[in-house]
Design a protein around this ligand. Structure first.
Ligand SMILES: Nc1ncnc2c1ncn2[C@@H]1O[C@H](COP(=O)(O)OP(=O)(O)OP(=O)(O)O)[C@@H](O)[C@H]1O
Length: 258
């Protein structure tokens, strides 16, 4: 089943056309990596799929429904690029940051009840931070903070999780742990993952589909898991070693369970 269908999509800011006649689809449980040079429109494409922006022309369907009439936004999780620039000196605890996404459900001035606390704890358990719920967000590492933002996006049990450059500013160990977490969400919970990134090596290793946006606003797209290295070679001219065995060994060495 397709959870996202994008057909002949075009978009521009003022008279600057960024995306030209783009068509692709994403199936339930896919991990789609969106790659491409700076300014090619990757974040813009995410914002169109999240209805933050409106297409110039073309069609977007989420979970089988036209985005124009789509209402089930609880099924959609989003970790924006701005999560990276969240003011972490703000005196909020981890559970308050994660619970912020519940206010749409419980109302801004209502106090969360036990059920809501359980939802927060479950989201924190998914990202392995259940012991940090009372800590101030500013006292966590960059990688842990990124996990908190993912927990916030997971709290409503989304079917699709969009992430915009979630590995910016975190070290390679935290980055590996993040990919482990995403694989867990994809494989164990069946969450469809759409991630914008510049990490060609890691995304080619972990995503099962890749979409490359060029500077001219056109996409190249591979749905074939077996030709990801070939796809990257054609676009970037570099040879990638997509050796998952090695990657797992490295994670083991770093003490990360995957
Ligand atoms: N609100 C805006 N108004 C006008 N132009 C914009 C706006 N947002 C983005 N752009 C322009 O649209 C183009 C695509 O931007 P976008 O952020 O989608 O690219 P990107 O591929 O995500 O880039 P990066 O890899 O640097 O994050 C860029 O040229 C950018 O300057």
């Amino acid at each position: 089943m397709n959870v996202i269908d994008v057909k002949n999509l075009s978009f521009g800011y003022m008279d600057n056309l960024i995306l030209k006649n783009i068509t692709f689809s994403v199936e339930k449980g896919d991990f789609l990596g969106i790659i491409g040079p700076n300014g090619s429109g990757k974040s813009t494409l995410l914002k169109l799929m999240l209805k933050i922006l409106t297409p110039l022309s073309g069609e977007i369907k989420l979970l089988g429904e036209d985005i124009k009439s789509f209402k089930d936004w609880g099924s959609i999780g989003y970790v924006s690029q701005k999560a990276n620039s969240f003011n972490t000196s703000f005196p909020a605890t981890v559970e308050e940051v994660v619970g912020a996404n519940l206010f749409a459900k419980i109302g801004l001035f209502k106090i969360p009840d036990k059920n809501h606390h359980d939802m927060i704890l479950k989201a924190l358990q998914l990202v392995g931070l259940e012991d940090c719920s009372k800590k101030l967000i500013g006292n966590l590492s960059g990688g842990q903070q990124q996990r908190v933002f993912i927990a916030r996006a997971l709290i409503n049990n989304p079917k699709i999780l969009f992430l915009d450059e979630p590995t910016v500013g975190i070290d390679s160990k935290s980055e590996s742990a993040l990919y482990c977490l995403l694989a867990k969400l994809q494989k164990e919970l069946g969450i469809t993952i759409i991630m914008v990134t510049h990490d060609i090596q890691d995304i080619a290793l972990h995503a099962n589909k890749l979409l490359y946006l060029s500077e001219s606003g056109i996409i190249s797209y591979t749905q074939n898991e077996n030709i990801k290295a070939e796809f990257i070679k054609q676009i970037y001219g570099i040879d990638l070693k997509l050796d998952c065995h090695n990657c797992k060994n490295n994670l083991k060495k770093e003490g990360i369970k995957c």
